[in-house]
Design a protein around this ligand. Structure first.
Ligand SMILES: [Zn+2]
Length: 383
């Protein structure tokens, strides 16, 4: 399993200059490589290397040669992801970066979490930097470091090192405990335990946020635009924090070896219909982020994380299995036409997810007695 640590680097004038110079050189190489790949329709890393390496070394003699290669590898990744978007019918152009994070591998950088110091290869030689390790990150002291990205936050005018840590994913023996978790508008999350995470306070906050946003948009002045950007960042931080809190609360309630089943969220926005008043929050709430948090935190907790096809989870009766649209008379209430069972609709969906999870797990366990926690994405500590 993996996790990304975001370390705030302490810099002085000399080291800041070295880092800025390296970032700018790396970005220039990245943009040159994507430009060549785009205009010559070249996606092969080796051929792109042969075509651009010598020229880039001449124009950026102080940038370490391994960083030139890293920028080309990143350029190939960017070009391929643009191709993937194009294949989906999206409008695309040549990828250009204003400030491309510098990728480091274990040979070109070193970090010692315990001693709170890192060393990076820059245009001005090897530079040693210090940082303060947040208490929360102490749990990663036994993990291995892999690659890292050097980033600059233009708003805070600070350099960050995003270090990717790795540890073998422990195999867990499922204890048969399965909990379903339904994500939605009325309640951000409901589990089959049951746990309810109401969204009414979030809706109030979202309305205030929306009100301020539209007022600033109407104003349209330079200062209003600056304020809007600040507001957007604050909202992003707020929703991310809430998602962290919800994910922690759900996982803290589960014992090791339990399984958590959630619905597969692909196309949730197209699939779900909701009332006009609820659209605001719904479109700005990142359920995908909440799921990503649940996935990587579940791994660390030794909990099996399962994504399931959500079909019929809101229409099926958990008591008698009767499935009909009429079971869901109103948004919040489930009333079975077959047996008369009545309950909170989100809770019913969570119970159905638990049921689906149980059958899936039973099938998997009959094939192999222990299963690794599913690979989730690592902590997205960046935008
Ligand atoms: Zn029923």
């Amino acid at each position: 399993m993996r996790a990304t640590l975001r370390l705030k680097l302490h810099t002085d004038e000399r080291t800041a200059n070295a880092l800025r110079d390296t970032l700018e050189g790396f970005t220039a190489c990245f943009n040159a490589a994507t430009d060549y790949g785009w205009t010559h329709d070249e996606r092969n890393s080796l051929r792109l290397h042969r075509a651009t390496y010598t020229g880039l070394r001449e124009t950026h003699p102080s940038l370490p040669s391994q960083r030139v290669c890293a920028s080309r590898i990143k350029a190939v990744e960017a070009l391929k992801s643009v191709d993937a978007r194009k294949a989906k019918g999206k409008k695309v152009g040549c990828p250009i970066s204003a400030l491309c994070p510098v990728r480091y591998d274990t040979r070109s950088y070193g970090v010692r979490l315990q001693d709170e110091c890192a060393s990076l290869a820059t245009t001005q030689g090897r530079v040693c930097l210090t940082f303060s390790l947040p208490v929360y990150y102490r749990r990663y002291l036994t993990w291995h470091t892999t690659s890292a990205d050097l980033c600059f936050d233009p708003h805070k005018r600070r350099f960050y090192l995003h270090v990717v840590m790795e540890k073998d994913t422990p195999t867990v023996s499922p204890n048969g405990d399965v909990v379903g978790c339904d994500l939605g508008v009325r309640r951000i999350a409901v589990t089959s335990k049951p746990q309810f995470f109401s969204s009414s306070a979030l809706h109030r906050k979202a309305r205030r946020h929306q009100h301020l946003r539209s007022a600033l948009q109407r104003k349209g002045t330079k200062s209003a635009k600056r304020h809007l950007r600040r507001l957007g960042r604050a909202w992003y931080r707020f929703t991310r924090e809430q998602n962290h809190l919800i994910a922690n609360a759900i996982l803290d309630a589960l014992p090791e070896g339990a399984a958590l089943t959630v619905e597969d969220l692909t196309d949730i926005r197209e699939r779900c219909q909701h009332r006009k008043g609820q659209r605001g929050l719904f479109h700005r709430w990142s359920f995908a982020q909440l799921q990503a948090f649940l996935a990587y935190k579940a791994q660390q907790h030794g909990i099996v994380f399962v994504r399931l096809d959500p079909r019929h989870t809101s229409r099926q009766c958990p008591k008698c299995g009767h499935t009909e649209k009429a079971n869901r008379k109103r948004q919040g209430v489930f009333h079975c036409v077959g047996c008369g069972y009545e309950a909170n609709a989100d809770f019913v969906a969570a119970c159905n997810l638990r049921q689906k999870g149980r059958s899936l797990l039973a099938r998997l366990l009959s094939e192999s007695p222990s299963c690794p926690t599913t690979s989730g994405s690592s902590e997205p500590g960046r935008r």
